[in-house]
Design a protein around this ligand. Structure first.
Ligand code: CU
Length: 167
């Protein structure tokens, strides 16, 4: 009886948790979203995901209360034209990292629910599955920033492409 009363609160606690959150082990660095002019329907965001564990994760998608939807994109050069392709999921190897950066793989934040300016913060949830198909998620907050002189030239292509986005 003694043991049972000790175990019961723990069982209750486990039941109340939506998932055992394995993604908490992952590290996020350099997360930011690029400020866009008023009326723009897409924003690009960047971050580095680092996996200090030996387990493999698959990033299966993202969501945000601030946007209608989030897509993962890859910029590719085709006959001198740059083009964005949707990436359905990304593998994060054990001890590996994924980099979303200007000019490469990036996050496309689609249809903001309000105008977001430099200094604002965006909440993002990243969804993962592990090797055992166990789902987990990671919630992060990232700042909206103006593009710096350093990133502006690489951003040109994405900015250009976002105008031709069909959403
Ligand atoms: Cu894109």
């Amino acid at each position: 009886m003694m043991a049972l009363t000790k175990i019961f609160p723990l069982v209750l606690l486990l039941l109340m948790m939506p998932t055992i959150n394995a993604a908490d082990k992952l590290h996020v660095h350099d997360a930011w979203a690029r400020e866009t002019p008023p009326g723009t329907s897409v924003m690009a965001a960047y971050l580095t995901l680092q996996n200090p564990s030996a387990s493999m994760y698959t990033l299966t998608g993202l969501s945000s209360p601030d946007f209608k939807r989030i897509e993962m994109h890859r910029t590719e050069q085709h006959d001198g034209m740059s083009k964005m392709l949707t990436v359905p999921q990304v593998i994060l190897n054990g001890k590996g990292s994924i980099v979303f950066r200007p000019g490469g793989m990036h996050l496309m934040l689609i249809k903001p629910k309000k105008r977001l300016k430099a200094g604002d913060n965006i909440t993002l949830t990243l969804f993962f599955t592990d090797e055992h198909s166990t789902k987990s998620s990671l919630e992060i907050s990232l700042p909206v920033k103006k593009a710096t002189a350093n990133t502006r030239h690489t951003l040109h292509n994405e900015q250009h492409d976002s105008h031709s986005h069909q959403h």
